[in-house]
Write a protein that binds this ligand. Structure first.
Ligand code: GAP
Length: 459
């Protein structure tokens, strides 16, 4: 299943710079608290970014929860009893190795230092004068209530998974499911990363989409491979080609001691091949830890075999922000196009899968000062709007309006012109030009057929 080590494709910082600049210019992603100089590792999603993320999360929820009989959802709190983080092992071991540069005082991840002739050096100033590595806990400490002492300490959750484990029994009882069954959750997670980097890739605040899939011990290995395949299919169904995905099987000596198998699904970002999602067979580790620490039974009684046991779990855990970034990187394209006057220009286009694209259709009256064209275009907007995100635009030459939508990945352009109004006879009356983003092909479609044509493509 895992691929032999591949030669790393060359990184492309220039491409990444263009993507970051497009994200800001067109309102996908802004620096958090920008007017105050930002906050390292934190990002705000603008009008297009929030649509992109919402489409991604909605599609994940649809295929992982709504379209399956064996998975239910939940939404746990971000703050939990500190006992959860003691039992899960996070308080003790959720650490990264950190070094300080004695020269420039930078704090750096010891396992990510650049090296020259086998000697690590500071990625900020180049000095080799570094301290020994020490463990730095990534959880954000906070206090609950008005008193700030040992008894009120807890942490912002560094993963959504633990809420699922500690609610396993409640959810099992209310949903009346039998093993194998899963609990899915999407939500924020927080890690005080030593070196946030690569735009949103490694952030301090981010979102996860996690499934804990509970099963009998004998099913674990097989389900690990099943979930790997399901998840690979998911990425292709949102438009990330299989060729840009890599599967890295973590060797036994690098896995967590309780794991009986872990795959990383990786993507070829312009800054290198990096993890999008982990699919891990975590055995009965988490439930057992919580049984031991809480004293509460979190086991399962199998009616058929009359056996009682602690379920094993397979966990596909994906990052929303990383996947959104992969979608943007994968979709970004530059083409040279020549207009009818023979003038060449660069067309920037985000080739998003229509189901992921923030805006599904741009709607354009040919002229903004013609009341009839405008009224018809508004009518089409009202027709499509309850079903998909549309954008009405009457400003500038029609070619410019198409380009603006290409740059943000809108798959369809709908233009209302004089033919729509019936000026060239009844055959074309109440038809529009439908323009396809990737091919720039244009066709004539009756307004009454638009919804039925577009809806299956964008959902
Ligand atoms: N419950 C298992 C777990 O949290 P993980 O590999 O630490 O596993 C799962 O995280 C996913 O969460 C990662 O594959 C990644 O997509 C996302 N993720 C983790 N840390 C992140 C960070 N600092 N910034 C953005 N996404 C992150």
């Amino acid at each position: 299943m895992s691929q032999p080590p591949q030669p790393q494709p060359a990184t492309n910082p220039a491409r990444m710079e263009k993507i970051v600049s497009l994200c800001k210019r067109r309102g996908f992603i802004f620096q958090s608290s920008e007017i105050y100089g930002g906050l390292n590792g934190c990002w705000d999603y603008g009008p297009l970014g929030v649509e992109l993320k919402r489409n991604l999360k909605d599609y994940w929820w649809r295929v992982m929860v709504r379209e399956r009989d064996d998975i239910v959802g939940m939404d746990g709190s971000i703050l939990m009893n500190r006992a959860v983080w003691k039992a899960s092992g996070h308080e003790e071991t959720f650490t990264d190795p950190m070094v300080d540069c004695r020269n420039c005082k930078a704090r750096l991840r010891a396992d990510q230092l650049p090296q020259k002739d086998g000697v690590p050096y500071c990625s900020t100033c180049g000095s080799r004068d570094l301290t020994d590595a020490r463990a730095f806990n990534l959880m954000f400490l906070t206090y609950v209530g008005a008193t700030q002492d040992e008894s009120s300490k807890t942490y912002l959750r560094p993963e959504t998974a633990q809420a699922i484990f500690v609610q396993f029994k409640n959810v099992l009882e209310v949903s009346r499911k039998k093993l194998p069954f899963g609990i899915a959750q999407i939500g924020k997670a927080f890690r005080n990363e030593i070196n946030p980097r690569n735009f949103t890739f490694r952030s301090r605040e981010f979102e996860q989409m996690e499934l804990e899939y509970f099963c009998a011990p004998a099913q674990g290995r097989q389900l690990l491979d099943y979930w790997l395949h399901e998840r690979l299919r998911f990425y292709q169904d949102i438009g990330i080609p299989r060729e840009s995905l890599h599967v890295h099987e973590i060797p036994a000596d690098e896995r967590a001691f309780y794991s009986q198998g872990t795959y990383d699904i990786e993507f070829e970002f312009p800054f290198g091949i990096q993890e999008l999602e982990g699919v891990a067979y975590r055995t009965d580790y988490d439930l057992t830890q919580h049984i031991n620490a809480s004293g509460k039974p979190l086991d399962y009684f199998d009616e058929e075999t009359k056996q009682r046991f602690v379920p094993h779990v397979v966990e596909p855990s994906a990052g929303v922000d990383r996947t959104a970034l992969a979608l943007i990187c994968s979709a970004y394209d530059e083409e040279t196009v020549t207009d009818e006057k023979g003038k060449s220009e660069t067309r920037i286009v985000l080739k998003f899968h229509p189901r992921i694209a923030p805006i599904k259709a741009g709607i354009f009256p040919l002229l903004k000062n013609n009341g009839q064209l405008v009224a018809k275009a508004r009518e089409i907007t009202a027709l499509l709007r309850p079903h998909m995100m549309t954008f009405y635009d009457e400003g500038g030459a029609i070619g410019r309006r198409y380009r603006r939508q290409d740059e943000i990945g809108t798959p369809f352009g709908i233009t209302v012109d004089f033919e729509t109004l019936g000026e060239k006879g009844d055959t074309l009356k109440d038809t529009v030009t439908l323009r396809h983003r990737d091919t720039m092909r244009q066709e004539r479609i009756p307004i009454k057929d638009l919804l039925a044509l577009l809806l299956p493509q964008v959902t």
